[in-house]
Design a protein around this ligand. Structure first.
Ligand code: GLU
Length: 447
């Protein structure tokens, strides 16, 4: 494979789409060796086809705010790859959403979904709608307007959106309500992350964070370590950070930091259950300020403006917020402060310089597409329950999630173990996902 040539072509076709190009570059670098052992992939131009989305829908979303003013946003759905199953992936509502961001996320999703052991292709969508400061009614009106365009593109065997940054249970409820009205069908399987009383899977809200901690446990055991008593610093305070904090505490770790766009809250004695529950209120308020935690629990949490979670001494770092949130300088600071493991929970949370720094300095590192796959995997379990019109118990879902995370870890070990015995989780995850999707594409012919 001529990685440099493919990247140059892609960069010329998609100028300035840096996040998308970054995600593709990372995958191509790690699969190159394996790819070259399969001339049939080269002949069918698998990589050239895999790096481009199957199709992109772009639409205008117009809605009315609480002041009666007309607002217009852009909406997108990117159907990236359907080699191993229907398109599947979340919707992101964030002011910075542009096609490059959703293309990188859709590309990553394709590999991540392949790792879950379930038959799901890759997709992503969303809008540049900014939920910060919006009222509940505004969120509802926006979701309804968004769905009036999106509904034609999706279906339970076609494309199944879910949540992502800025889209949680509340938004999925509003989106589903409008879908049902337009489609005139109670098609529960068309969206995942639904409410527990109308087709949602138990544990779906917790699943990304829980799965990330199960994966972290496997990684630590493989390295002869244990999570009990370890200090964990995590970024964010949304749904993913909430699930991660809950499970980290349950497993005996101490969460010593959470952060937001405004700064960091240091929690020297470790986060409490009350504080974890308060993270949900912070998200629902749409204020997007982690300082609220220190205001609510002044004896337990100390807020510092403008600092990241990576400035707080810890053993394990869990980026749970946004892409590229952890830089090479952050990686150095983490190491200086005693950190020896980083499991990326956000999609592409670490910049390439940070990943290389971790890998070259003996810090255990695993990429988001393996660590955070428990979220979409549980969406897959929700789809199975919807298709068979049943609901599994929490234990059934949790057991399956455990099994899936263990299997993802095993795939990383299988494809990522290096001649000196250490596991390169980036390579492992990328090669495992690639082999599955590439084989399916090959077998389905030139389409
Ligand atoms: N947005 C999540 C992810 O990045 C979940 C997607 C889903 O459940 O479809 O994997």
């Amino acid at each position: 494979m001529k990685t440099a040539e493919i990247m140059a072509n892609l960069a010329a076709k998609h100028p300035g789409e840096n996040e998308y190009l970054q995600a593709v570059q990372e995958v191509l670098e790690s699969i190159e060796e394996v790819y070259n052992q399969h001339p049939e992939f080269e002949k069918a131009k698998i990589v050239e086809r895999m790096v481009e989305p199957d199709r992109i829908f772009t639409f205008r979303v117009t809605w009315v705010d609480d002041k009666g003013e007309v607002q217009t946003n852009l909406g997108y759905r990117i159907q990236f790859n359907s080699a191993i199953g229907p398109y599947k992936g979340g919707l992101r509502f964030h002011k910075a959403v542009v096609p490059s961001m959703l293309k990188f996320l859709g590309f990553e999703q394709t590999f991540k979904n392949a790792l879950t052991t379930l038959p799901m292709g890759g997709a992503k969508g969303g809008s540049d709608f900014d939920p910060v400061g919006k009222s509940n009614d505004e969120i509802m009106r926006f979701c309804q307007a968004f769905m009036t365009e999106l509904w034609q593109c999706i279906g339970p065997d076609q494309d199944i959106p879910a949540g992502d940054v800025g889209v949680g249970g509340r938004e999925i409820g509003f989106l589903y309500g409008m879908y049902k009205k337009l489609a005139r069908e109670y098609n529960t399987g068309v969206l995942t992350g639904k409410g527990a009383t109308w087709g949602g899977s138990i544990l779906r809200p917790e699943a990304t964070g829980f799965g990330a901690l199960y994966f972290t446990q496997h990684l630590l055991h493989k390295a002869g370590k244990d999570i009990v008593g370890k200090r964990v610093a995590l970024s964010g305070f949304g749904n993913v950070a909430w699930g991660a904090a809950t499970k980290a505490k349950q497993l005996g770790a101490k969460v010593v930091a959470i952060s937001g766009p405004d700064g960091v809250c240091e929690i020297p004695d470790g986060i409490t259950d009350e504080m974890i529950a308060y993270m949900l209120d912070m998200r629902a308020s749409n204020r997007n300020k982690v300082e609220d935690m220190a205001t609510k629990f002044p004896e337990k949490a100390k807020f510092t403006a403008g600092k990241k979670a990576w400035s707080v001494p810890c053993d394990i770092a869990l980026p749970c917020a946004f892409q590229n949130e952890l830089s090479e300088d952050d990686a150095k600071e983490l190491q200086k402060n005693g950190c020896w493991c980083c499991c990326e929970v956000s999609n592409m949370g670490c910049q390439p310089g940070a990943i290389h720094y971790f890998q070259n300095n003996g810090i255990l590192f695993a990429p988001g597409k393996a660590v955070n796959a428990g979220g979409v995997a549980t969406s897959g379990l929700e789809m199975t329950q919807n298709a068979s019109h049943i609901s599994w118990s929490a234990k059934e879902v949790d057991d399956k999630l455990h099994f899936i995370m263990e299997s993802i870890h095993e795939q990383c070990v299988k494809y990522g173990t290096q001649p000196d015995g250490h596991v390169d989780y980036v390579k492992g995850a990328n090669i495992a996902g690639f082999m599955k999707v590439a084989t399916a594409m090959l077998e389905q012919g030139i389409i």
